[in-house]
Design a protein around this ligand. Structure first.
Ligand SMILES: O=P(O)(O)O[C@H]1O[C@H](CO)[C@@H](O)[C@H]1O
Ligand SMILES: [Mn+2]
Ligand SMILES: [Mn+2]
Length: 405
């Protein structure tokens, strides 16, 4: 009986979205630009990495071919053909270039509505929302109240937050309300508690997520975010592939942020995990445990949170190389009729201005010991990924997308 393993390389876009002009992202290309910068010696960092991007396993699965299909240009050092698997390009129809939009669409449910966003003003949050939040959460007030990068704002306001007991609330161009507070001074459970309250207040405004951003450290120079981030997300508007596989009586393993992104719906087994090594280890463990017809889905968040938003090209390159180095283990664990799919939820080009996501197409790399090589073209919706996995697992077709298998 077949199983399916879906790895979301969070933010690993490959350029070429036809609607990128609506987002100011024409020409962005996360993977392609990292490969270009690395080939030009601009992604070197002492003690971390140097030289051209070294990703032979992703290359064999067709990452170069997918980028060429997406943008018309083959980045330096990559191959124009896939050696092992099927490759293609995914184009998002949902209008948000955020994590839930990408993930829900990948799991067969494009987002039919517009998310709520906070304006690029200071303060950014409506006064009535903050007044209600402060009252219900019994807070002395809040800090921040603007668009910001999460690491910068902790450095700027973390000490004041510790001193006053006021959490740092901020947002980005995504539909998010983020709350940073010190894990021991403010307290982790207390942070989760106020996030629940914030979620109740922001969900009716169609804000996709409230995110708890706990940090530790003694002062501005040493503050560091921890792995205890938690996302409180709106539920998908229809049953996703996760729900459909669960309803068929099959296992659904959610690894990393996956359970949070689907608000826990359709998950039978949850494995958290911090950092690429642990997320990969948990994926391999799930493959050991998973029964026939299981669906295993992992979100590799670090590409996005540690390197994309931080505009850290060497860091992003090293992370891709690390992921690539673990791919042979993943592939060697595949049973004859297991399906492996690698894709992404949006872009986050570390060479691009700003610190936000970029509107890009995403790679679709497919491998199974029982499938030959080939091309699946440019798919008009990411829902084709979910429909293909549904087909592979023997589920009835869903309402969106078409299987490429
Ligand atoms: O700068 P940090 O806190 O990492 O925030 C980033 O993380 C959020 C969720 O992915 C995005 O909306 C982006 O703003
Ligand atoms: Mn994402
Ligand atoms: Mn992000």
């Amino acid at each position: 009986m077949p199983r399916a393993i879906l790895c979301i390389l969070d933010s690993v876009g490959i350029g070429g979205a036809p609607d990128a002009n609506l987002y100011g992202d024409v020409g962005s290309n996360t993977f392609g630009h990292i490969a270009e910068w690395a080939a030009a010696g601009k992604a070197d960092r002492a003690g971390l990495r140097a030289g051209p991007l070294d990703v032979p396993n992703l290359d064999a699965l067709g990452i170069g071919a997918a980028i060429q299909l997406s943008t018309g240009t083959l980045p330096p050092g990559l191959s124009a053909t896939a050696k092992g698997g099927r490759f293609g390009v995914g184009r998002e129809v949902s209008r948000g270039k955020d994590t839930p939009s990408g993930h829900w669409e990948i799991a067969g449910v494009p987002v039919p509505f517009d998310w709520g966003y906070f304006p690029q003003t200071e303060p950014t949050f409506p006064a009535d929302l903050i007044a209600e939040f402060v009252k219900r959460a019994k807070l002395p007030g809040i800090l921040g109240d603007k668009h910001a990068s999460g690491t910068d704002i902790i450095a700027a306001l973390g000490e004041e937050s510790v001193r006053t007991g006021k959490p740092i609330c901020y947002t980005s161009i995504d539909s998010v309300f983020q709350i940073a507070a010190h894990e021991s001074h403010f307290g982790l459970e207390r942070l989760y508690e106020i996030c629940e309250i914030a979620f109740e207040l922001t969900a009716p405004r169609m804000i996709g997520r409230v995110i708890a951003r706990p940090f530790i450290g003694d002062d501005a120079t040493s503050f560091k975010r921890t792995g205890n981030r938690r996302d409180f997300a709106i539920s998908p508007p229809e049953p996703t592939l996760l729900d459909r596989n669960q309803a068929a009586g099959n296992q659904v393993y959610a690894i990393g942020k996956i359970s949070d992104i689907y608000a826990g719906h359709g998950v039978t087994h949850k494995l958290k995990g911090t950092g690429l090594p642990q997320l990969m280890d948990n994926t391999l463990d799930a493959m050991e445990m998973a029964a026939d017809a299981a669906f295993i889905m992992t979100n590799f968040v670090d590409f996005d949170s540690e390197y994309g938003h931080r505009r850290d090209v060497p860091g992003y390159a090293a992370a891709l190389e690390y992921f690539d180095s673990r791919l042979p283990e993943l592939i060697s664990k595949l049973r004859h009729d297991d399906l492996l799919v690698l894709t992404a939820d949006h872009g986050n080009d570390p060479t691009w201005p700003g610190t936000d996501h970029t509107r890009e197409q995403v790679p679709i790399l497919i491998f199974s010991p029982s499938l030959g090589a080939g091309e699946i073209g440019i798919r008009p919706t990411l829902a084709d990924i979910g429909e293909s996995i549904a087909y592979w697992l023997g589920l009835a077709p869903g309402r969106h997308g078409k299987s490429f298998l």
